[in-house]
Design a protein around this ligand. Structure first.
Ligand code: CP
Ligand code: NVA
Length: 327
């Protein structure tokens, strides 16, 4: 793999071999770290982390990975820069590109991170947009590989709003890696037709199978992984809650659904998750709608079939691989 100098904006831009090599590199870097081996070949490099939306995992993963690799970073929080309000993305890109060796961006439309990359002159990494969350997929796939030994032929079922960043990116990732992907949702929550067509074309090359199914029990038949995400994403208005809860409650990941998939099926979630009443929003929703969880039950989340904390840890190792490979 030689992707030095390349941006990491979406998985569509990478070949299956490159994605596989990034996952392999992440596994190697993880093994080094677990063995206590210091691997810091990027001393003197500086990176900027732009977050126009909040974050726990992605921010910490970039910061820890950067420090492990010997680099230093500057964090720009959702309110602490001129970006978008007083200075265009193209101008911001040209300024930061003069000072930094790489730039992470989390925010709104995919076109913003694409513009940033066009003008920065240094590698730009997508830390989540409305459309895609590519570093998350690398962590998900490393977790699946660690558990099953392979990605090929594994069936991943995504339950919930499959037309947003997670559903889109998982569909692209599965198509690239020759996996089976099922979007399990009401029809209006399926990924958009143009992206499905692009992924179907990739699937012809890789042997992947893409399915779209509104019956949850049918969808999970033979699943190796059931994946879900929040029903309302960052940046969406509060008014959508009523409809989302009504539409997506039948797609909540319950133990009954896990059992319908089969004994070996594991649970993944990009996190954060509404699985109990331990959050402010969780409590507000509970008071208003009388429910004690949303996209996944506490029983599934806390079960031995849930790999969510391995997955969260793997954010760091995979983001480290992306930076090490592109810088
Ligand atoms: N999964 C994920 O991106 O988490 P954060 O929003 O905490 O970064
Ligand atoms: N779909 C979620 C993913 C969070 C990691 C969001 O965009 O808020």
């Amino acid at each position: 793999m030689n992707i030095k100098g390349k941006n990491f904006l979406k998985l569509l831009d990478f070949s299956p071999e490159e994605i596989g090599a990034l996952i392999e590199l992440a596994a190697e870097l993880k093994a080094k770290k677990k063995a206590g081996e210091v691997y810091a070949p990027f001393a003197g490099k500086q990176i900027a982390l732009i977050f126009e939306k909040t974050s726990t995992r992605t921010r910490c993963a970039f910061e820890v990975a950067a420090h492990d690799l010997g680099m230093q970073c500057t964090y720009l929080d959702p309110s602490a820069s001129q970006i978008g309000k007083k200075e265009s993305i193209a101008d911001t890109a040209r300024v930061l590109g003069r000072m930094y060796d790489g730039i992470e961006y989390r925010g709104f439309g995919q076109e913003i991170v694409e513009t940033l990359a066009k003008y920065a002159g240094v590698p730009v990494w997508n830390g989540l947009t409305n459309e895609f969350h590519p570093t998350q997929i690398l962590a998900d796939f490393l977790t699946i590989k660690e558990h099953f030994g392979t990605l090929e032929g594994k069936k991943l079922v995504y339950c919930g709003d499959a037309r947003y960043n997670m559903g889109n990116s998982l569909m692209v990732g599965c198509a690239k890696m020759g996996m089976a992907f099922t979007a399990c949702a009401p029809e209006e929550y399926f990924p958009d037709a143009e992206l499905i067509a692009r992924c179907q074309a990739i699937a012809v090359e890789t042997g992947a199978v893409l399915e779209f199914e509104s019956d949850p029990i049918k969808a999970v038949s033979g699943a190796d992984v059931i994946y879900t995400d929040v029903w309302v994403s960052m940046g969406e208005p509060d008014e959508v809650w009523d409809k989302r809860i009504a539409d997506l409650t039948p797609y909540r990941v319950t133990m009954e659904l896990m059992n319908a998939a089969g004994e070996g099926c594991v649970f993944l979630h990009c996190l954060p998750a509404f699985h109990d009443l331990g959050t402010t929003i969780g409590k507000q929703i509970s008071e208003k709608y009388g429910i004690d969880c949303m996209e996944v039950t506490d029983e599934v989340f806390e079960s031995s079939r849930s790999l969510v904390f391995d997955e969260a840890e793997n954010r760091m190792h995979t983001i480290k691989a992306v930076m090490a490979a592109t810088l």
